[in-house]
Ligand binder design. Sequence first.
Ligand code: SF4
Length: 216
Amino acid sequence: MSALAQERALGDWLAKGLRCIGQIAIQSGDDGGFVLRHREDRERTGLVVSQRADDAAELARFDDAGNYRPLKTAPTLRHGWKLRLANLAELRLALDLFYPGRLAMFAAFEKDELVTTPLRDTLGRQTGMYRIAAQIREDQTDELVGRFCASNGGCLRTIQWRRDAAGTVPSTQLPPDKFDPRHDQTGGAEPVVPLLCQEACNLLVAEARTVVQANR
Ligand code: SF4
């Protein structure tokens, strides 16, 4: 999906009142611009101001403690910043740096064009050192996904994939809300642009491999 199509979709979501994405609040300015900040910083003063969409990449890189964030949808976005953006194009670019690929996924979902991949298929196509990840048992998969993907401490994405081609739920340990695109995965109750997960990420695959290795 083109950047322009994503931009149009984003404009529609804002017009419908979807003003949060993940841990970020989107505020419109009178000049056609936008201001982004951490949702928990909306009442806070003394935020460090940035002006370039590209700055989002740096803001997303480390958490409050300075640790690298390998999973950009983990609920660990740092606090203390404010990003001023001149227009919708800049807003799209910044959000795509905070949460790579997520605008395109939600736009595809809304058009009924989102393609998802069952976890077993994702594991089955691994090669090299990750090939053994496919050997993870069903009970272990249930536990792993329930722990690793949980919104509370794991990942804020809304899971759209199933565990296998038969449509098994990814984990019985996750609440039904974890699969509902309308649900605010941060625990708030605001209308959100959801962070959809269309297939298991590399980090979950790596963790499955670790579980299998521990079996041996
Ligand atoms: S598989 Fe999806 S929901 Fe789970 S941690 Fe990875 S990106 Fe998040």
